[in-house]
Design a protein around this ligand. Sequence first.
Ligand SMILES: Nc1nc2c(ncn2[C@@H]2O[C@H](COP(=O)(O)OP(=O)(O)O)[C@@H](OP(=O)(O)OP(=O)(O)O)[C@H]2O)c(=O)[nH]1
Length: 180
Amino acid sequence: MEPSLISEVIRCANFAAVKHKDQRRKDQEETPYINHPIGVAYILTEEAGVTDLHVIQGALLHDTVEDTDTSFQEIEQEFGPEVAGIVREVTDDKDLPKHARKAAQIEHAPHSSKKAKLVKLADKLYNLRDLNRQGPVGWSAERVTEYFEWSAKVVNGLRGTSKPLEDKLDELFRERNIST
Ligand SMILES: Nc1nc2c(ncn2[C@@H]2O[C@H](COP(=O)(O)OP(=O)(O)O)[C@@H](OP(=O)(O)OP(=O)(O)O)[C@H]2O)c(=O)[nH]1
């Protein structure tokens, strides 16, 4: 890896860390939220063999607009239009009621770019592994099952993107007898 790529990845990780600094995951330990975007980027490099800088930056930034005061314009200024485009594709419209937001993910998945699909697959894999490890505080077994079932529908719209990630997701769905 060239030094300029290393510094771009670190600049991006630092931007995400600053933006998510006050946010925690919903688990018992209140894990720092930044563990999630870094973990999603790590799944892409380590398990999917991704070397595309923009995909890694998209993964690191994927929740900044949805969950912090970051704007798409700010991401475009800092990291360029392609990264901003990936983040836009994976950002839920928080103005929509929850059921419409969830339905929109299923609907939009097949029409996403390959780069956005990679980020989405790794995001789902991270969250489902997290649920297997320890669910968010207050989630019932039914809610966990519903999240798995909904995720399987989103993943079905992302297929043909990364065999290693899809195989690992399918294994998680198989373990819970969720048909895909
Ligand atoms: N499994 C797990 N998830 C956690 C935890 N902390 C935060 N989350 C986030 O919670 C969201 C899923 O919770 P929901 O109740 O279904 O969705 P909501 O927060 O958007 O209403 C996911 O975000 P999202 O951006 O909405 O992702 P997704 O729903 O698009 O997959 C996930 O990243 C945790 O400790 N464990």
